[in-house]
Design a protein around this ligand. Structure first.
Ligand SMILES: NC(=O)c1ccc[n+]([C@@H]2O[C@H](COP(=O)([O-])OP(=O)(O)OC[C@H]3O[C@@H](n4cnc5c(N)ncnc54)[C@H](OP(=O)(O)O)[C@@H]3O)[C@@H](O)[C@H]2O)c1
Length: 428
């Protein structure tokens, strides 16, 4: 008879119920792959009386997550509660007591990943977190294992489904930010408080995790430059389209000259780039390795079953590794300095509202020139209106210089105001 492994589940919401559905549907196959029969022994939730979307034996439920973590029969804890507290303390305690932990918690990982990985390695157990970034898309394991022969040069991801959905609708239908947000909320893609998604914080947690793994260096979330999509207008999108670009909220981690660029911001990318084809709530992560070249991972970045798929795969891995005692993974490389955003280099889309009179273009071009910014293309719209739109795309330039040039341009009497500045990632 096959031996069994006892599992404790912390949380039975969207992801937790996905995990149970998958174990119910594919249990025999999963146990065969794990080399042991997987048994859910205890499930912690906030409200034990709440109706669940999957059948759950009532006697498995408890409102005390510590009961799960302290149960000596439980070998592996699956944490899908979310948030930092008490998830962090529960994960720590589980690892301390020699249990392996599988989690989908990006916030805990982004803020406390290196410490927790160190603890897991010290205790000789696993901390696995495939579900924490891009839901069902396998990216953590490929970075840790399949791409281990490479030096990773860059990761560029669309890793927030809510904002990708909103930008897709804004691009297709020309609707403004507020309307796209309302539609995303109606469909349950955006929460009542959408701050974490639209301001880019959710993507910042995820890129902090990916950067730490890819570049084997601790990355503080506070080091991730972060800019959301709230200022993107239908006008900008239309001008970008005319120039051959699509707008995306990109999460970027790149090593260059021994320093790390790690940032989240909206950017124009060429319409021909594979990331431009990533529509609606889908996610994708583009990876460049020195040996493998370019790869793209594409799929559903959230949802009960997709995220459950990643969590159960980790669970299978954790069971196997407890039986075979495979090596452990740490983020313990030398810390790479993070490049301040002012020192990063990019092309920029700049849209201005200007008065329509002779010499305007020349005075603005001169101001760009004085700060070392050279212009790649110009679009002028709405002649005889006041103000008119003037759109520039620069060549590559340091952010510091473009900021200086824009300060100067904003003060020119012919310029009403700078309506937007969006980075153009032409060579992602
Ligand atoms: N949703 C996704 O598509 C997705 C994708 C990738 C990663 N994740 C991550 O997965 C984690 C879980 O997300 P989710 O969407 O499944 O959340 P959720 O639907 O809100 O579920 C959270 C579960 O945790 C339980 N819970 C909360 N606080 C608790 C506490 N103090 N003690 C015991 N149980 C507690 C809740 O109990 P009640 O049911 O009784 O309230 C609920 O069952 C988060 O870290 C999230 O970032 C989610």
């Amino acid at each position: 008879m096959q031996e069994s492994v006892q599992i404790g589940l912390l949380g039975c919401g969207t992801v937790g119920s996905g995990v149970l559905s998958i174990l119910n549907a594919n249990g025999d196959r999963i146990s065969a792959r794990a080399g042991a029969s997987i048994r859910i022994r205890r499930i912690a939730v906030r409200d034990v009386r709440r109706q669940r979307s999957v059948p759950v034996e009532p006697e498995l439920l408890t409102a005390d997550p510590w009961e799960v973590v302290r149960d000596p029969a439980i070998e592996i804890v699956v944490e899908v509660i979310g948030g930092v507290h008490p998830a962090l303390e529960l994960i720590r305690a589980a690892l301390e007591s020699g249990k392996s932990v599988v989690t989908a918690n990006k916030e805990v990982l982004a803020k406390h990943g290196p410490e927790l990985l160190e603890l897991a390695a010290r205790r000789g157990v696993d901390l696995l977190f495939e579900g924490s970034v891009a839901g069902g898309i396998p990216i953590i394991k490929p970075l840790r294992e399949s791409l281990a022969a490479n030096r990773i040069k860059a990761i560029v991801g669309i890793i927030n489904g809510t904002t990708n959905y909103m930008l897709t609708r804004m691009s297709r239908e020309g609707i403004p930010f507020e309307e796209a947000l309302r539609k995303a909320q109606e469909l349950g893609y955006a929460e009542a408080d959408p701050t974490s998604d639209v301001e880019g914080y959710d993507a910042a947690f995820k890129i902090a995790i990916l950067a730490a793994l890819a570049f084997e260096t601790p990355v503080q979330v506070s080091d991730v430059y972060c800019e959301g999509i709230t200022r993107i207008t239908p006008e900008d999108i239309r001008y970008g389209q005319e120039l051959g670009y699509a707008v995306k909220l990109l999460a970027i981690a790149r090593e260059d000259g021994g320093r790390l660029d790690v940032r989240v911001h909206p950017a124009f990318i060429p319409q021909s780039h594979p990331l431009a084809a990533v529509q609606d709530v889908f996610n994708a992560i583009y990876v460049r390795g020195d040996a493998v070249g370019e790869l793209m991972f594409y799929g559903r970045g959230a949802g009960s079953l997709p995220t459950g798929s990643a969590v159960v795969a980790d669970l299978i891995d954790a069971v196997r590794r407890r039986r075979s005692g495979n090596g452990h993974f740490r983020v313990s490389g030398e810390a790479l300095a993070v490049r301040p955003i002012e020192e990063t280099v990019s092309r920029y889309y700049v849209s201005l509202k200007v008065v329509d009179q002779p010499g305007v273009l020349a005075s603005i071009a001169a101001a760009f020139g004085e700060e070392g910014v050279s212009i790649g293309s110009v679009i002028q719209k709405g002649r005889l209106e006041d103000p008119v739109d003037l759109v520039f795309v620069t060549h590559e330039v340091k952010e510091e210089y473009i900021r200086r040039a824009l300060e100067k341009i904003g003060r020119l009497p012919v310029v009403r105001y700078v309506s937007n500045v969006i980075r153009v990632e032409a060579d992602v």
